[in-house]
Design a protein around this ligand. Sequence first.
Ligand SMILES: NC(=O)c1ccc[n+]([C@@H]2O[C@H](COP(=O)([O-])OP(=O)(O)OC[C@H]3O[C@@H](n4cnc5c(N)ncnc54)[C@H](OP(=O)(O)O)[C@@H]3O)[C@@H](O)[C@H]2O)c1
Length: 255
Amino acid sequence: MVVTYSDLRSKTVLVTGGSRGIGAQTARAFAAQGARVCVVARDRSALDTVVAGITSAGGAAIAATADVTDAAALVRVREQVEAELGAVDVLGAFAGGQGAPVPTVELTEERWREVLDAELTSTFLTIQTFLPSMLERRAGSILTMSSSAGRQPSQANLAYGVAKAGVGMLTRTLAAEIGPYGVRINAIAPSSIRTEKVAARMPPAVQEQVAAMHPLHRLGTTDDVAQVALFLASDAAGWLTGLTIDVAGGRITSS
Ligand SMILES: NC(=O)c1ccc[n+]([C@@H]2O[C@H](COP(=O)([O-])OP(=O)(O)OC[C@H]3O[C@@H](n4cnc5c(N)ncnc54)[C@H](OP(=O)(O)O)[C@@H]3O)[C@@H](O)[C@H]2O)c1
């Protein structure tokens, strides 16, 4: 079923982590709604592939290469997207994905800092880069990327769970600050999404075991997440802010 959000047509949407996985599918979903999309990541050729897919389907997209832990690089992305597509209306701060399990005694200080940077500081820096223009225009919708690992203890490494829990609190706290300006922010907390990376790295038997741990008895798809992103960004969710939505096939233990 394809849901159309007419207010998303012609919006400028920027998705970090847009070179693959959840971010790429979310960019495709926004483009299919008629939005102009900028995908951001480090891998230029992967970004170009996503842009080519969107444009060949009749959509409008550009790519911007940046490491989202680098504030100066994010400023360059903002300058590029504003020049080429206009000010960002919808910001998806989705880059991340450093959840691979590591026993805590083997989690080095360097790795702890890297994961906090990649998942949490990057979210802060991305928002700080694009928020001033939204506040000035008194409009905008921000989507952040938490995880089931930030909602309850999991097998992901400790730094990842802590960072993703931090994304949830960043979202709740900032919602109160920016709500009076008409800017909304909501987090998505997926569990076990079958991205290209998961499909390649997780043996099929393990995928089946993980699927069975979810009440809906399957892994999530990148489109399960993208559809929630569309809704949260749209005017249909105009009274929602500060939430974390579990896109988790019913595998939820916290409210
Ligand atoms: N898949 C799941 O089951 C799941 C569950 C819960 C939460 N999540 C979260 O959902 C988000 C997307 O995950 P995914 O599974 O789609 O991951 P993925 O397939 O590994 O993709 C990660 C994306 O983030 C980008 N990225 C990572 N670090 C970056 C950096 N420093 N600067 C710029 N781009 C960066 C990657 O691009 P480049 O490598 O090209 O830079 C890529 O586009 C992540 O935040 C992840 O933690 C995923």
